[in-house]
Design a protein around this ligand. Sequence first.
Ligand SMILES: NC(=O)c1ccc[n+]([C@@H]2O[C@H](COP(=O)([O-])OP(=O)(O)OC[C@H]3O[C@@H](n4cnc5c(N)ncnc54)[C@H](OP(=O)(O)O)[C@@H]3O)[C@@H](O)[C@H]2O)c1
Length: 278
Amino acid sequence: MYLVTGATGIIGRPLVEELLSGGAEIRAITRDPQQAGFPVGVETFAPEAIHTALRGIHGLFVHPRAAKDNTDELLRLAAEQGVRKVVVMSAINVDDDPGQQPSRYNGDRNAEVERAVTASGLPWVAVRPSSFAINTLGMWRGQLAFGDTVRGPYGGFAEAVIHERDVAAVIARALLDDALLGRRMSITGPEALRLDEMVPIIGAAIGRPLRFQEVPAEAAAQAMIRNGLGEQFVRALMARYRREMERPATVTTEVETILGRPARGFADWVADHAGAWS
Ligand SMILES: NC(=O)c1ccc[n+]([C@@H]2O[C@H](COP(=O)([O-])OP(=O)(O)OC[C@H]3O[C@@H](n4cnc5c(N)ncnc54)[C@H](OP(=O)(O)O)[C@@H]3O)[C@@H](O)[C@H]2O)c1
């Protein structure tokens, strides 16, 4: 029996599906069990019922956003209930200077959650994904509702974005198989693509002549802030683009090594989400 925290989220839902398709029994934590809409067979619990939810659990997935405020208590209860393994997700940049991690300005605490798990005394696996491919929807869908041009900064910035189903598949493997115990695994998509290469790939999938048009970084930053993004987050994001333009993007082969098949590429991700762009 496996317990998934953050189960209604971007990684949680495909993780639940992945575990179910492997024949595992699943419990899921969500703040709103009535709205969760999980497949039949998934037992759903509110965070307040964590004590009950942990009974008889073999492997626990700790989602950093869902567990952030109560990781120590969650791990204490897990140990008390005899949980045999904890898999935690963090991020590929988790060892970077905290001030250089944009998501920290939005409240994420990947380093603290990962550290709590690896210091818990329970057998653990840490999964550190690169940027999710699905971020591109948030970045560009709004603009593409009004035309075929994405205007943004740093078109030459490249990264190997990862499909959320690959993140979920690696986490599922870490839960189901003991071979990965004690590892911190940086997982990425199969190839680094520039932002100005990704936009035409979306266009090819949805049959539109999409293109990226570079705008100065400061103008783009001001527009993001006007659109409601936090200023510190935006500044850290711009600094990351600037910094990482200077060095080759990180691409690892961990997904293929762990899963025995290539990581899904960005074009595969777009094909899986083609309907979301219209
Ligand atoms: N986006 C990226 O490119 C990227 C890359 C690498 C790592 N990460 C890290 O991955 C994490 C985000 O993963 P994700 O996209 O799967 O998360 P998500 O979908 O935003 O959230 C997962 C679930 O956690 C619960 N949750 C969200 N905020 C919460 C809060 N404040 N308190 C309690 N529960 C909360 C929600 O479930 P309920 O509403 O059902 O309770 C939500 O469905 C972050 O730590 C981020 O730094 C992100």
